[in-house]
Write a protein that binds this ligand. Structure first.
Ligand code: FES
Ligand code: FES
Length: 155
């Protein structure tokens, strides 16, 4: 099926099987491997990307269903060599250990801050409850989101 998707601000046209998952399209066809295959069943959030600015799970999304829409991945977040304030905050707050979950967390954080520029700790934890991390214990991730909110207000 002919499918047009704006991926990281670039319009792409594909001829897709109807059952192609967005995550497979991103990782296997486009080599955008920042979005991770964790559980594959919508439980871990490692595959989180933005669809028109909202967080979605790429492992649970058919690529043909996002025809005509805008998809953003972690690869599109930085501005060339300059990291996005959310990425800087995750680094500065040491919210990363093995890093497998991090792209998903960062994209979910971007979606949260699109909706709510100054979330409380409770709101951060609530919003990110679908993203699992086996390493960090979440404390530094919450700090990173709060720090990112402050940094983005200053911009
Ligand atoms: S890989 Fe998509 S939610 Fe786990
Ligand atoms: S940093 Fe390892 S799973 Fe989150």
């Amino acid at each position: 099926m002919k499918t047009e998707i704006i991926i990281n601000n670039k319009k792409r046209t594909f001829d897709l099987e109807p059952n192609t998952l967005l995550l497979n399209l991103l990782r296997d066809e486009l080599n955008l491997t920042g979005s991770k295959y964790g559980c594959g069943v919508g439980e871990c959030g490692a595959c989180t990307v933005l669809l028109d600015g909202n967080a979605i799970l790429a492992c649970m999304t058919l690529a043909v269903d996002v025809n005509g829409h805008k998809v953003d991945t972690i690869e599109g977040l930085s501005n060339g060599e300059n990291l996005h304030p959310i990425q800087e905050a995750y680094l500065d707050e040491a919210a990363i250990q093995c890093g497998f979950c991090t792209p998903g967390f960062i994209m979910a954080t971007a979606a949260l801050l699109n909706e709510n520029a100054d979330p409380s700790e409770f709101e951060v934890r609530e919003y990110l409850r679908g993203n699992l991390c086996r390493c960090t214990g979440y404390v530094n991730i919450v700090k990173a989101v709060k720090s990112a909110a402050k940094r983005m207000k200053k911009k």
